[in-house]
Write a protein that binds this ligand. Structure first.
Ligand code: ACO
Length: 363
């Protein structure tokens, strides 16, 4: 029996390939570095859903359809977000997404892609007693999300940084949330149900909930000189260092470098907190050294969440929204996997081994 299904190959996919030993990520035939250097998120939507969703437009027409889908989400789903102030941002996003009807068509797919980009800023503004900002259907997806968050157009550097983030996290093999999406899709439940299941899996701190705690850790450490002692004490208490370790990577997560570059560019253009990047670099170096000493048999380096935390903070997202912003990028991967599963897969139904008591036959 394999408790966490490590090393189990559970499906074939054309979506993405994670090479954990070489530290390489391929997304539908393109290297992460190439995509992160040039692609807009709209382009990734076309790439990831190519051949999986009937009637999906291409190029600028797809970008326009996605803009219209953002407007549809704002008109139809944002009004219901006003009554969920008692929920966390991710829970409020989950509640809003649950109002979407299931379907497999292009309109359903694009509304699901659009939903987190519109809902996360709206939920955040409502929590600050501010009116949600309506989308601009003609704007770029990433730029529009930042405009809906701040109520003002982002700089080109900020829009580009969010585009790189959304592209970088758009798909990543059979991670926990994607597997959840495929399990639900394998029953032919529909795309909205698959995305809801995936979002629920993403919420946990072992998966998409880590970047907020990464900032908590940096705040707790405070200065580079304190890093060693703080990290040792946390590990002595049996805690895990957030933003470190990965089930598949045995080297540094390639997404970390893809995200560090825009963080450096943002810092150079005056965005974000001065000194945050230098502190993060010092913490990465100290933690990598300490973990190598403590766990010599298990390579533990930073994962995607480490520089995600710095990037989203520099863009003005509060830390409680980081998982929702992650979902904004990953949602298209979930939809592609869900469609691939329902088109070509079988019902996913593994077996369990019973280890409970056996009824007494004599009784
Ligand atoms: N800090 C300290 N020790 C760690 C860490 C960490 N971040 N990650 C793993 N370890 C240790 C474990 O304690 C374990 O030690 P042991 O054998 O002495 O008990 C050993 O490394 C192996 O750990 P596993 O639990 O087998 O690793 P697994 O593959 O299940 O975990 C995971 C991967 C969940 C990402 C883990 O590294 C972790 O908890 N990291 C912190 C949370 C985090 O950053 N999550 C985001 C992941 S990226 C993503 O999902 C988008």
């Amino acid at each position: 029996m394999n408790n966490g299904l490590d090393d189990v190959v559970a499906t074939e996919t054309v979506m993405s390939d994670v090479d954990g030993l070489a530290g390489k990520l391929i997304i539908r035939g393109h290297s992460l570095d190439d995509l992160a250097a040039s692609a807009r998120y709209e382009d990734l939507v076309g790439l990831l859903l190519d051949g999986f969703v009937d009637g999906l437009a291409r190029g600028e027409e797809l970008a326009a359809d996605l803009g219209e889908a953002r407007a549809w989400v704002f008109d139809n789903l944002v009004p219901a977000c006003a009554g969920v102030g008692h929920l966390s941002v991710t829970e409020a996003l989950r509640a809003a997404l649950a109002r979407l009807a299931d379907g497999e068509d292009a309109a359903t797919a694009l509304r699901l892609v659009a939903a987190p980009a519109v809902l996360v800023p709206a939920i955040l503004r409502l929590r600050q007693a501010k009116a949600p900002v309506a989308p601009d259907a003609g704007a770029g997806h990433a730029a529009d999300m930042l405009r809906m968050l701040h109520g003002a157009d982002p700089s080109p550097e900020e829009a580009a940084a969010l585009d790189i983030y959304l592209v970088t996290v758009s798909d990543h093999g059979l991670n926990a949330s994607t597997f959840a999406a495929r399990v639900v899709a394998s029953t032919h439940a529909g795309l909205a149900s698959s995305v809801l299941a995936a979002l629920s899996a993403l919420k946990g701190p072992l998966h998409g909930g880590a970047p907020g705690p990464v900032l908590d850790m940096l705040d707790g450490i405070g200065s580079a000189g304190e890093a060693e002692a703080w990290l040792q004490a946390a590990l002595d208490r049996g805690e895990r260092l957030m933003g470190f370790g990965h089930r598949v990577y045995r080297v540094r997560d390639p997404r970390a470098e893809a995200l560090k570059r825009p963080v450096q560019r943002l810092a150079a253009t005056g965005h974000g907190q001065a000194g945050r990047l230098a502190l993060a670099e010092a913490v990465e170096a100290a933690a990598t050294r300490i973990l190598a000493r403590r766990k010599p048999d298990r390579p533990l380096q930073i994962n995607v969440e480490f520089y995600t935390a710095l990037l989203l903070e520099a863009l003005g997202f509060p830390r409680e929204s980081f998982t929702g912003v992650f979902a904004t990028g990953r949602v298209t991967g979930w939809i592609g996997h869900a469609r691939e599963q329902s088109l070509y897969g079988r019902l996913i139904r593994p077996q369990s081994r019973y280890v409970g008591p056996i009824p007494d036959r004599a009784a």
